[in-house]
Design a protein around this ligand. Structure first.
Ligand code: PLP
Length: 422
């Protein structure tokens, strides 16, 4: 595909799902706005957010402590306002989903319940390119239980010469070596390669091997369609500041499958938000169990951090994941074709699988002998194109379908072409 600005604009005009770009603050560039491809790292701020959070601030000012019951959106049960939308987003049932804490905290809380190593089955299977926080989390869990993290944590590598793991290879590994694996914890979409794994098939293989399947959906939630309940996923966790646009360090989600939510045998850490709401204020010394994912909650939630998640989930409800994902396929395939053209003759390539069944929105461009940090800074400063570098050699571009346009894709590809020409 050759670069043509008019075609890109025409694709935008004709697209079945109009962009919602005008509903977000896009960083300024020159007289206009940047082309923002970093929404897989930090999503943009919805323009409606200031008023939305303002409601909580006003209610606090107006009501003080009475806001717990009397606020426009009463704080006491605030997390339940997010439940249905969060469940829709990940394909869970409402009782399987809760918004709480941050992602790594939720990974740990889930592992308290679902990583219970024994002498025969103690290993945790991750991908070698796991996000560092996940890697540190599983290593510290293994060490916490008295195992050597170097042998308890198994890191799967792609085939030689390939950048992305193949789901089939993970399934084959589990069939062959799964008898010592206690927990499989993989990223649904890998943060580095952008590869989308076959969550259903790997979950099935984990179960056939006798292991628990947990998923980190940081790069999958709000990016690809998920059916966590139907796929029999045991548990999952995700953050909401990437594709979900809920702001830096914003709250995370957790999913626990129906078959586990009411299991009294699961070990859990508890706090006063773990107990039944109806009797919470009797201040009893023991927890009255809740038969939903809510029972993994510990604390009363930070309302000013919950509000952005609530607004974001409302926006996702309005558009719906099927339409969003369809547009994501169109946009990212367009960008893929443009990059194909741009990268010809350069020591660079897109390492994300081309097949949209094997990726979400993100395309990872790998460049040999290039300072990717410097190139990313030049894209932003000289062309207003926000992408992000991942050491050692990758620049990630995420044409997030809520606010990135075909014209933005044209800008990104043209800018990269110009910088590569030198
Ligand atoms: C972004 C991301 C994190 C970040 O963890 P926090 O606890 O939210 O800081 C963890 N894991 C993965 C896979 C991520 O992509």
């Amino acid at each position: 595909m050759t670069l043509n600005e008019a075609d890109a604009r025409a694709f935008d005009t004709g697209d079945a799902l109009p962009t919602r770009r005008a509903e977000f603050f896009v960083p300024p560039y020159g007289e206009g706005e940047a082309a923002y491809f970093a929404g897989n790292s930090l999503g943009l701020q919805p323009r409606a957010l200031r008023d939305f959070v303002g409601t909580e601030l006003d209610d606090w000012a107006r009501l003080g402590v009475e806001g717990h019951l009397e606020a426009t959106r009463p704080w006491l049960g605030y997390h339940s306002l997010l439940r249905d939308s969060a469940a829709r987003l990940v394909g869970g049932r409402p009782e399987e989903v809760v918004v709480m804490n941050s992602l790594t905290v939720n990974l740990h809380l889930m592992m308290v319940s679902f990583y219970r190593p024994t002498a025969d089955r103690w290993q945790i299977l991750i991908e070698d390119t796991a996000f560092p926080s996940d890697s540190y989390a599983v290593r510290s869990q293994a060490a916490f239980h008295g195992y050597d993290p170097d042998t308890a944590v198994v890191r799967l590598r792609p085939r030689p010469g390939e950048a992305a793991l193949r789901s089939d290879d993970i399934v084959a590994y589990l069939a062959e070596h799964g008898s010592t694996v206690a927990l499989v914890l993989l990223g649904g979409v890998n943060y580095y390669s952008g590869e989308l794994l076959d969550i259903a098939a790997i979950t099935r293989a984990a179960h056939e091997a006798g292991a628990i399947a947990g998923w980190d959906l940081a790069h999958a939630a709000g990016n690809v369609e998920l059916r966590l309940h139907d796929w029999d996923v045991d548990w999952a966790a995700w953050c909401s500041y990437k594709y979900l646009n809920a702001g830096p360090g914003s709250l995370a989600g957790a999913f626990v499958h129906e078959q586990h939510v009411a299991d009294p045998a699961l070990p859990k850490l508890q706090g006063w938000w773990s107990t039944q709401e109806a009797t919470r204020f009797r201040m009893e010394p023991t927890v009255t169990p809740v038969a939903t994912a809510d029972s993994w909650q510990l604390s009363n939630p930070p309302i000013f951090a919950m509000a952005p998640v609530l607004l974001s989930l409302q926006m996702f409800d309005e558009v719906g994941m099927p339409a969003l994902r369809a547009k994501s396929r169109r946009l990212s395939s367009f960008l893929y074709d443009l990059f194909d053209d741009v990268l010809v003759g350069h020591a660079a390539r897109v390492i994300t699988p081309r097949d949209t069944a094997r990726r979400g929105s993100q395309l990872s461009v790998q460049l040999d002998d290039t300072d990717v940090g410097k190139l990313t800074a030049r894209l932003r400063e000289e062309h207003g194109v926000y992408a992000d570098a991942r050491q050692p050699d990758v620049i990630r571009f995420a044409p997030v379908p809520l606010y990135v346009t075909h014209h933005d894709c044209w800008r990104a590809a043209s800018a990269l072409a110009e910088l590569l020409r030198g």
